[in-house]
Design a binder for this molecule. Structure first.
Ligand code: ATP
Length: 341
C-alpha cells in the first residue's frame, strides 16, 4: 500500500490568549484549537474538512502545511513533517487560502507565475507549458498583464488556483476557495477542479461552508467540532445520520399529464390547468408551489426515501421538464451533528 498523502495522529494545537481582567490585570487562558485528531487521507483522494466557525479547520490546515507547529501529536503531509520540512513540502503541495493572496499584489499575474516557477525551480519549457495549460483552462489570458490588485475576486481566485497548481503538486489544499464568488464563478471553478483531478490524480483537502463544494468535489467528509473529530465518512451518510432533509425541485410541463397523471389522488395545484399538486408523495413534504404550480419543491429525509423514488412518483403524476436536487445547508448539518453528539 502506498503511504497516505496526509497522516495525522493525536494532533493538537493550543493557543495562549491573554485577556484583560480589570483595569490593569490580564489573565492568560488556553484555547484548545485542535484536540487529538487522528486521520489519514489516501493519495488521490478528495476530502472535505468542515465545521462551524472557530472549530479548528484553519489551525489544522496550517499544521498540515507547516505554518504552525503542533503542541502535541504528529502530522505527515506527503510523507514529510510539515513544520520541519516546509520548503521541500512546498514543492509537493499547492495551497490556496480564499481570503488571502499568495500573489504579488502590485505585479501583473504573469510576473507572479514567473517568480513562482523560479521558486519551484521548474525548467523553463515545463513552466511555460503548464502555465499555458492553466491560463487556457482557467480563462486567465485576458488578465495576465493586469496587476493582481486590479483583478475581481473571481479572477484573482482563478489566478491563485493556477499559481498553486503551476508546479503540478501531489496535494492541493483549498481553504474556502469559493467564498464570496457568484454562483456561475463557483460552478466554473468546481468544473475546473474536477477536470484537473481527473487529469492529474491530484489529492484534495478542502475546507468550505458551501455544501455544493463538498458535493461536487469530495468523496469523504471530516467534521471537526471544537477541535475534535466529530464525523468521518461520506456526505450521504452524514446527511442520513443527522436526518437533514434534501429537496427535489421539479419543473413541470403545463397541460400534459405523465403516464399516470391525475392518478394517485393528485389534486390540482390550483394554478395552470392540468398541473397537479404533488401533495402526499410517500416520505415527502411539499414545501413550496411556485409559478402557478409549474415549479414544486418536495423535501425528503434520505433515510426514508430516495431522490430517484421521489422523481419516479412525480413522473407518474405529471410530465417533468427539469429536476434539481437541493442539498441541505452545511451549517444546518453541522449544527444537527453537534447537537446529536
Ligand atoms: N493565532 C491564534 N491565537 C489565538 N487563538 C487562535 C489563533 N488562531 C486560532 N485561534 C482560535 O482557535 C480556534 C480555532 O480557530 P480556527 O481559525 O482554526 O477555526 P476555523 O474552523 O478555521 O474557523 P472559521 O470557519 O471561522 O475560519 C478558535 O477559537 C480561534 O479563536
Amino acid at each position: 500500500m502506498t503511504e497516505p498523502i496526509i497522516d495525522v495522529a493525536g494532533l493538537s494545537r493550543d493557543f495562549r490568549v491573554r485577556t484583560p481582567a480589570g483595569r490593569l490585570r490580564r489573565t492568560t487562558r488556553t484555547v484548545h484549537a485542535v484536540r487529538d485528531l487522528t486521520f489519514s487521507v489516501a493519495e488521490g483522494a478528495a476530502v472535505g474538512y468542515i465545521g462551524a466557525n472557530g472549530a479548528g479547520k484553519s489551525t489544522t490546515i496550517k499544521m498540515l502545511t507547516g505554518i504552525l507547529v503542533p503542541t502535541a501529536g504528529t502530522a505527515r503531509t506527503c510523507g514529510r513533517v510539515p513544520h520541519q520540512e516546509r520548503r521541500d513540502l512546498a514543492r509537493e503541495i499547492g495551497v490556496v487560502f480564499g481570503q488571502r493572496t499568495q500573489l504579488w499584489w502590485d505585479l501583473p499575474l504573469h510576473e507572479s507565475y514567473r517568480a513562482l516557477a523560479a521558486v519551484h525551480r521548474l525548467p523553463a519549457d515545463r513552466a511555460a507549458r503548464r502555465q499555458a495549460e492553466l491560463v487556457d483552462r482557467l480563462d486567465l489570458g485576458e488578465f495576465l498583464e493586469t496587476p493582481v490588485r486590479q483583478l475581481s475576486l473571481g479572477q484573482r481566485i482563478r489566478g491563485e488556483i493556477a499559481a498553486a497548481l503551476l508546479h503540478s503538486p501531489r496535494l492541493l489544499v483549498l481553504d474556502e476557495p469559493t467564498i464570496g464568488l457568484d454562483v456561475l464563478s463557483k460552478e466554473r471553478l468546481r468544473g475546473f477542479l474536477v477536470e484537473e483531478r481527473a487529469a492529474h490524480g491530484t489529492s484534495l483537502l478542502l475546507t468550505t461552508h458551501d455544501m455544493d463544494d463538498v458535493q461536487r468535489l469530495t468523496e469523504r467528509v471530516l467534521v471537526v467540532d471544537r477541535g475534535s473529530m466529530a464525523f468521518d465518512g461520506t456526505l450521504a451518510r452524514l446527511v442520513d445520520r443527522v436526518g437533514a432533509q434534501r429537496v427535489v425541485v421539479v419543473d413541470l410541463v403545463s397541460g400534459a399529464g405523465g403516464s399516470g397523471a391525475g392518478a394517485a389522488g393528485a389534486g390540482s395545484s390550483g394554478g395552470v390547468p392540468g398541473v397537479p399538486d404533488l401533495q402526499g408523495i410517500p416520505g415527502t413534504e411539499l414545501v413550496s408551489v411556485e409559478a402557478d404550480g409549474l415549479r414544486q419543491r418536495l423535501a425528503f429525509a434520505p433515510g426514508i426515501t430516495t431522490a430517484a423514488e421521489v422523481i419516479a412518483e412525480v413522473a407518474a403524476r405529471a410530465t417533468i421538464r427539469d429536476v434539481a436536487i437541493e442539498e441541505p445547508d452545511i451549517e444546518d448539518v453541522v449544527r444537527r451533528l453537534y447537537l446529536s453528539q
